[in-house]
Design a protein around this ligand. Structure first.
Ligand SMILES: [Cu+2]
Length: 135
């Protein structure tokens, strides 16, 4: 039991958030979170999702270009994971990977910091606080 706790602690130290923000939502229906993760360890880490007490559901999305009626359009869809390379960074940003938060339980205030718990495939969870911003 003690070993498990120590291991969990050690893993949690392997990844950190460099910066991030949550888009100031226009409605309670949906918003998105963007952040840069840094993997300090020697093994790849896979971000698989997140939880937030202030939203009913969180999905990890990727953005793709696809052909539709002869035109290239940008679309997004849920993905199983996004990888943070060893000694490297993963950037979640508009037009790329992002976290979508659905059915907000309360209105968010501009400038407040909200908590998210990031979940990784190896069981690591990382609690982060991101500012609500209008960019
Ligand atoms: Cu999305």
């Amino acid at each position: 039991m003690v070993l498990f706790l120590l291991l969990g602690f050690a893993l949690a130290q392997e990844v950190r958030v460099v910066e991030g923000w949550v888009r100031y939502p226009a409605t309670l229906a949906v918003t998105a979170a963007y952040l840069t993760l840094e993997n300090l360890g020697d093994a790849p880490l896979r971000l698989v999702g997140a939880e937030a007490a202030w939203a009913e559901r969180v999905e990890l999305h990727g953005t793709f270009h696809q052909e539709k009626d002869g035109k290239m359009v940008m679309g997004m869809r849920p993905v199983d994971f996004a990888e943070v390379p060893p000694k490297g960074r993963l950037v979640l940003k508009p037009g790329g990977y992002h976290l979508m938060l659905f059915n907000l339980r309360r209105p968010l205030k501009l400038g407040e910091r909200v908590e998210l718990v990031l979940k990784f495939q190896n069981g690591t969870q990382l609690k982060v606080r991101l500012p609500v911003e209008e960019r």
